[in-house]
Design a binder for this molecule. Structure first.
Ligand code: NAD
Length: 369
């Protein structure tokens, strides 16, 4: 199918408002930007750098940001961009600055960090465009990955969701797919509630110990050697083996579509909290729900990062960010789950209905372009 046909076929009453393809021949910078909806304010969304990022992925992620920002009650719409490059092998500053120059006049889009980019990348973008969130502290940023903003939100979510499962967090088993900026602090925050991390993975493999992994030691091993598989006191398995490990809480915190209709039946968990964006296909989410596994959708559970980004953009502090994450995510999780159980609906359907209502209300105040 032609690319334009693909984009317009999936367009609906919310967006996407703009889909921009960028190419700079000298540096070979190739990127896709999707501004999905700006009714509530300029779109905030991450810049993903990966060799295999696609237009469909960026479009889906941009929509997830529209929902996430609306759900969190932020004065921002949703957008996303993808730079098609391997962050480990390219001249990163050159590619990021080239990207930033190309979006300088796309003022309705405020970039933030995502997989393959970080606060240094945001500093380059800010230098070129005066617009970016997730900045280094020296530029007035709140270091959202360092403070574990998204992971804190996931923990708040677990605290509310446990009563609906029901599940005692103290002693509950946890598996985390992806041990990066979301995965590591999630393990740490949940350990503080007595949750036992039994397995986690990265692109090189899975580390597993049914008796529990020492979270601080595992973080040290990941940071110093580059992979969780170098942790000594555990069994090393393949990356994909993580999904088949019996657990109480599963947190996907890496790539999109790791659970689909093809493998959803191997998952053996009671509660799934989506730390990553679009980690589980919608059909697979429904299959899990029908099996009695409660799945908290990405844009409800992982809003901690963008809440912090918005607080930073509007001049707030780290303390404001934590307060706002706690109140927003606990309220939204509760509101969604009350309806899920009283009206016997799927969590994503309920969450989308809440978010869409908020976006449509904001759209009423806007003139047509
Ligand atoms: P990251 O790059 O810091 O960490 C990703 C981790 O996943 C790394 O440990 C990497 O080795 C691992 N990984 C890569 N491929 C894998 C695979 N196939 N199987 C298992 N592990 C794999 O990224 P991050 O910032 O932690 O983001 C992870 C996900 O969470 C992304 O989907 C991102 O969009 C989403 N997210 C991040 C934030 C944030 O605040 N950082 C906020 C909301 C959502």
């Amino acid at each position: 199918m032609d690319i334009t046909e693909n984009v317009f076929k999936l367009a609906d009453e919310l967006g996407p408002e703009k889909v921009v393809f960028l190419y700079e021949p000298r540096t070979q910078m190739k990127a896709i930007v999707v501004v999905d909806n700006v009714a509530a304010g300029p779109a905030i969304g991450g810049v993903r750098m990966a060799p295999d990022v696609t237009t469909t992925e960026v479009r889906r992620l941009a929509r997830a940001m529209t929902y996430k920002n609306a759900m969190a009650g932020l004065p921002h719409g949703g957008g996303k961009s993808g730079i098609i490059a391997n962050p480990r092998t390219v001249h990163k500053e050159q590619i990021i600055r080239t990207f930033a120059k190309a979006i300088k006049h796309l003022e309705e889009y405020i970039p933030g960090p995502d997989m393959g980019t970080d606060e240094t990348s945001m500093a380059y973008i800010y230098d070129e465009t005066s617009r970016a969130v997730g900045l280094p502290v020296e530029l007035g940023g709140i270091p959202l990955d360092e403070i574990g903003a998204t992971a804190y939100g996931i923990t708040v979510c677990a605290d509310v969701a446990k009563d609906y499962v029901p599940l005692d967090l103290n002693g509950a088993r946890l598996t985390i797919e992806g041990f990066g900026n979301v995965g590591k602090p999630t393990a740490r925050f949940l350990a503080g509630k007595g949750v036992k991390l039994i397995a986690t993975s990265d692109s090189k493999g899975t580390i597993y110990n049914a008796q529990g992994l020492n979270v601080e030691e595992l973080i040290r091993v990941k940071d110093t050697t580059g992979s969780v598989i170098n942790y000594k006191d555990g069994e090393v398995l393949k990356t994909t083996d993580l999904l088949g490990i019996s657990t109480d809480i599963f947190v996907p915190a890496a790539r999109p579509d790791v659970v689909t209709e093809a493998n959803a039946d191997v998952l053996d968990a009671k509660l799934v909290i989506e730390g990553a964006n679009i980690p589980i296909s919608e059909a697979a989410e429904r299959m899990l729900h029908d099996r009695g596994i409660l799945v908290i959708p990405d844009f409800v559970a992982n809003a901690g990062g963008v809440i912090t980004a918005s607080v930073e953009y509007h001049g707030g502090t780290e303390t404001h960010a934590f307060d706002r994450i706690k109140s927003t995510i606990s309220r939204n999780t509760k509101e969604m789950l009350d309806t899920v159980y009283s009206e016997k609906k799927y969590p994503r359907d309920v969450a989308i209905a809440i978010a869409r209502t908020r976006v449509m209300r904001a759209m009423k105040y806007r003139e047509w372009m």
